[in-house]
Design a protein around this ligand. Sequence first.
Ligand code: C2E
Ligand code: MG
Ligand code: MG
Length: 707
Amino acid sequence: MTHPRPKILAIDDTPENLLTLGAVLAADFDLQIATSGAMGLKLAMESPPDLILVDVMMPGMDGFETCRRLKAESALKNTPVVFVTVMSETESEMQGLALGGADYITKPINVEIARQRIRNLLEREALRTKIEAQRDMLEVLLAERQQVEDELRISAVAFASQNGMMITDASGVILRVNPAFTRLTGYSAEDAVGQTPAMLKSGRQAPLFYQRMWEAVREKGYWQGEIWNRRKSGLIYAEMLTITGIFAGDGNISHYVASFTDITEDKEAEAEIHRLAYYDPLTRLPNRRLLHDRLGQAVAAAGRSRLYGVIFLIDLDNFKALNDTRGHDVGDLLLVEVASRLSAVVRDGDTVARQGGDEFVVLMEGLAADIEDAAALAKQRGEKLQDATKRPFLLGDYEYHCKFSIGVGLFQGHDSVEDLFKHADLALYQAKNAGRNGMRFFDPAMQAALDLRSALEAELRDAIQSQQLRLYYQPQVDAARRVVGAEALVRWQHPQRGLVLPNDFIPLAEDTGLILPIGYWVLETACRQLHAWADDQRTRDLQVAVNVSARQFHQPEFVQQVLDVLQQTGAKPHLLKLELTESLLISDVDDVISKMGALKEMGVGFSLDDYGTGYSSLAYLSRLPLDQLKIDRSFVMGIETSETAVAICAATISLAHNLKLQVVAEGVETEAQWHILSTQYQCDFVQGFLFSRPLPLDAFEAFLLRN
Ligand code: C2E
Ligand code: MG
Ligand code: MG
């Protein structure tokens, strides 16, 4: 390919001047002629030449002006302009060069010099263009290099991070690792480079795990997850690992970058939390929560397999006494030892758990499909548990013989975990009652009692709302047999069962908390009655005694409750007497005294019920702000035949009188009893069938009229 010939534009108003030059130049160049500055401008803009010759002296627009205008065009600003002139004054040359002219050719033209100058100028221009192009290229290269440097700096910072990092080639050979990698794995860069990440394998993950991991990286270019690895020291640690594939221009992965953090501590904390939540810290056995989880699963599994499972509820006898006398450290020793002995005799898959306190539970599954067989097996296994605990326990230097009671509950899938525990609990209760160190199975008779109890509970709940409770009044009389008041006694008018007496539902109410609404109802009803009696002079001085349960009394708001009821009903406080039992005084005597004090200040009276059947400590008798003692029916019953009973009654009456307390005897059924108590020992008041049974309100009022 021939090089295109340079294009020259000559501008001159007298073209003859150029003819000689033109003839010479035409051999080497493409020559174009313009006869005025304006025409030259037009041609130059239409097709930019490589060089322009311009005559200085032209009419209209002279050579200088033409040059100025040419230079103003951006396409032409680098095109060399050569002035052709006769003038050779330095001043005028200067003017042309200042306008951007490149050179001068003076007339008459020396052709050889002109040709050489033109060639030089063209070469110079070509060179300049080339240099400019190179400079542009250099700038681009510089900018690119800057970008690469920035990226390198960023990756250097990233590589210096706290995360362990490793870069491998496409085949998984390690090319680089960072300092954190060395810190976390124990392997230096020299150790690692050239190896593959398999050097870190812990063996804890199956090959399939790695296979899936690499599949994901290849498909998505990315994988993240937790993985167990092994340090150089051999220690296994957990890491959170991210693998990223680096894709090359051809779409294939050229490198892998792995970044990881050590999450062993997180894992350990997680495990610790799990342990705390599901294991007993002392014995390291599963705790109640984990046991209930497992039991839930066991019941479901038994439902599917139809094979009976069993739970043993194991309770240490007299553990509290050991704790109290030898201290908690010794108690703890025993618990740990019991845990290990029980664990030693069960089979793999059985669960030994600590329910809390001194109660252990053993769960066994898959006994037998037939209940008799299952029960026989359970009995055998239970005896093994008993045997394990028969040998004395060595607690420090102290040899301890521990006895156990065991309640056994079988299950086959239709029981709820809750019921199951209830059953085993009931069996345990019976085992304890039957003498300690025994084992008892839950049986259908127990079940019947349990069913009755839960039916009663539901009905009792309903009884309060359905207004089935009745308040009966049993008269209390003084030495002259005048009625001074009554004890209010609750009954339950059951739609099917008839009149249910308190002994058949108060204990249940105490266990379930229903005693609170019941007690409140009794108190309110009695107070309303006091107010109703206030208008009639035959009844307005009657005192009413109301029984208060321990649970009721121990409510923090009990005092306020009584005061509110008094206020709402308008009953006079000094006509209300609260009967407390000794059991109420076992705990928190100070609180009891302060509550009694607060009520007493308002005028409310207190009587100590069932005196003699409980702890009967003289110490608290003198501390409590009591008004009355009630001698229990069991002593009254015996006074006609037993001298001890007489002695107890006599001593109680005299003790009470010394403490400035009145005495009420309850359960007086005969004239003889009345005589001994009232006449012989000056008992202040008496209550019993001799005068009247507890009566419904109208019968009680009728009784008052008769007397
Ligand atoms: P308690 O407070 O010792 O009540 C006296 C019990 O002895 C009453 O039995 C009464 O009927 C009975 N009784 C009275 N005189 C004689 C007698 O001469 N012979 C015989 N055999 N028994 C006599 P009840 O009404 O069955 O009450 C039993 C227990 O139920 C009460 O013993 C009391 O502890 C509790 N209770 C009754 N009502 C309430 C109540 O409203 N609240 C609470 N918390 N407990 C109550
Ligand atoms: Mg009573
Ligand atoms: Mg009593």
